[in-house]
Write a protein that binds this ligand. Structure first.
Ligand code: AMP
Ligand code: MG
Length: 323
């Protein structure tokens, strides 16, 4: 059993000594190690069974730490973006300094950095006195964890699980890349493209146009998947097999005899859907009476773009296509 609790000082000591700590952020639970210690970072890949071509996000607590991570020629856009969105669920990819070990960036000459807004995460990084590399605290390809029990279910071999009970956004950070005076959206997330465009001109990077040259190796089509079939709901819910789980986002007065329904929201609130999406999928995954899961799609605007991105990725393994 993994040792867990709310002892931030102990968790920070683990990080300083090269250990692995799972900790809450405002997006999902992260699995952190000292970003400047390659051996410690290597253990993240081992514990998560994550391929080493998938680079990690480095988490900081103070803006001056960027100087250590980004190269000397920091783009002026970085300032504008960090002032507007940090601390918060936005990750910036930028050319890296030589201090960042290759294992963190999968050998790329860029590094992804964010300053989380969750008070426990910030305190952990501050006390650890080092930037903390942290992907989500799940096994590679499986559902992201939004509760301590999701971490315990999926991982072993970590030194401490730091718990916290603040509300989470529930989906991962938005990832943008800044190259000189250009900004690209690499992964939709908690902060929408239109929010970013209010601060700097930013374009959506369309993966399919660039073929194999993905700027973001982690942007796999299949990701965040439950371990039983998941389908995006197209048909009438009355025709579903009885051993189905059904995830809906609106408590409409649908006359249904489906036994297993989870509502992520009462009225299609995007914030509620995002916050409850992974928890709903975990609950369905854990229910032995459910053989397959159906999920209602959401409209793709604002936060809905990131929500649908996660739903399509979770279903991709079972449907073979993104739609
Ligand atoms: P997560 O697995 O949720 O921690 O997200 C990390 C993701 O950030 C990776 O899978 C990549 O998609 C993206 N990322 C991290 N570092 C870089 C980088 N140097 N260049 C481009 N994308 C990156
Ligand atoms: Mg992840």
């Amino acid at each position: 059993m993994i040792q867990n609790g709310t002892d931030v000082s102990f968790a920070a000591k683990c990080i300083r000594e090269g250990g692995l700590v799972a900790f809450p952020t405002e997006t999902v639970y992260g699995l952190g190690a000292d970003a400047l210690n390659p051996q410690a970072v290597a253990r993240i890949f081992e514990v998560k069974q994550r391929p080493t071509f998938d680079p990690l996000i480095v988490h900081i607590s103070e803006i001056y730490q960027l100087e250590m991570l980004f190269d000397d020629l920091i783009s002026p856009l970085v300032n504008k973006i960090t002032e507007a969105f940090w601390p918060g669920p936005l990750t910036i990819v930028h050319r890296k300094s030589i201090k960042v070990p290759d294992i963190v960036t999968s050998g790329l000459n860029t590094v992804a950095v964010r300053m989380p807004s969750h008070p426990v995460a910030l305190e952990l990084i501050r006390l650890a006195q080092t930037p903390v590399a942290a992907p989500s605290a799940n096994r590679f390809g499986q559902l992201s964890p939004t509760k301590p029990e999701h971490v315990l279910k999926q991982l072993s071999g970590i030194d401490y699980l730091l718990t916290g009970n603040q509300k989470m956004v529930g989906i991962e950070s938005t990832v943008i890349s800044i190259e000189d005076d250009q900004c690209f959206l690499l992964r939709p997330g908690a902060i929408s493209l239109s929010d970013i465009q209010k601060v700097v001109p930013c374009v959506y990077f369309n993966q399919s146009k660039k073929g194999k040259d993905l700027p973001s190796p982690g942007l796999l089509k299949s990701h965040y998947s439950p371990n039983k079939p998941l389908y995006i709901l197209k048909q009438d819910i009355h025709s579903l097999p009885l051993d189905s789980g059904l995830i809906l986002h609106h408590k409409a007065d649908l006359p249904t005899n489906a036994p297993n329904i989870i509502y992520t929201s009462g009225n299609r609130s995007q914030i509620e859907i995002a916050a409850n999406l992974f928890t709903a999928l975990h609950t369905m995954e854990d229910d032995p009476t459910i053989s397959q899961i159906y999920i209602e799609p959401v409209e793709e605007f604002g936060l809905g773009i990131a929500i649908m991105d996660r739903i399509k990725k979770a279903a991709f393994r079972y449907t073979g296509h993104c739609e």
